[in-house]
Design a protein around this ligand. Structure first.
Ligand code: INI
Length: 163
């Protein structure tokens, strides 16, 4: 049995972090968590580029452009969608998730989703470093692992045919 998996060693890797400004109280905390995780896993600060967009809805388009640049081993999307009194939450959350998924399938690099979808600001704060970890840091670790396993998968030689 041959098992391929990505390590969490990120020395030499380049990362793009795409952050929504909307609910910046939360998203800036996610960014701090992601930046800290990237640093702790060996990514140099100079190899991390941060891109900001207006809201979570705009994340996939910027993520796509950034991922398509070919400059990065990973692209991490950070946003916070918090339920209000209207169905807007549903639309933003659903379309963004689909958009990020589409980018991840097309991108030549690892794509990770650190987008909170919460009922309340309190829930979001908990997931942005207060009580339930930091989803930005988790997304960064996932991006590193995925970047490394994608690289392993990209090195696979074609199967030899026995005829
Ligand atoms: N954007 C968010 O990032 N989070 C939200 O909770 C949110 N809500 O609920 O409205 C939100 N809306 C803005 C949206 O992302 C777009 O920026 C806006 O619709 C302009 O296209």
């Amino acid at each position: 049995m041959n098992v391929y998996e990505g390590s969490l060693v990120a020395t030499g890797l380049k990362a793009a972090v795409v952050v929504a400004r909307f609910n910046s109280l939360i998203t800036e905390q996610l960014l701090e968590g992601a930046a800290d995780a990237l640093r702790r896993h060996g990514v140099k600060d100079a190899d991390v580029d941060v891109f900001r967009c207006p809201g979570t809805f705009e994340l996939p388009a910027l993520l796509r452009r950034v991922a398509a640049s070919g400059r990065y081993d990973m692209a991490i999307a950070l946003g916070a969608v918090i339920r209000g009194g209207t169905p807007h939450f549903e639309y933003v959350a659903a379309e963004t998730t689909k958009g990020v998924a589409q980018v991840s399938m097309e991108a030549g690099c690892a794509v990770a989703m650190g987008i909170l979808t919460c009922d309340t600001m309190e829930q979001a704060l908990e997931r942005a470093g207060v009580k339930a970890g930091n989803k930005g840091a988790e997304a960064a670790a996932a991006a590193i692992e995925q970047a490394n396993v994608l690289r392993e998968a990209g090195k696979l030689p074609p199967a030899r045919r026995v005829e």
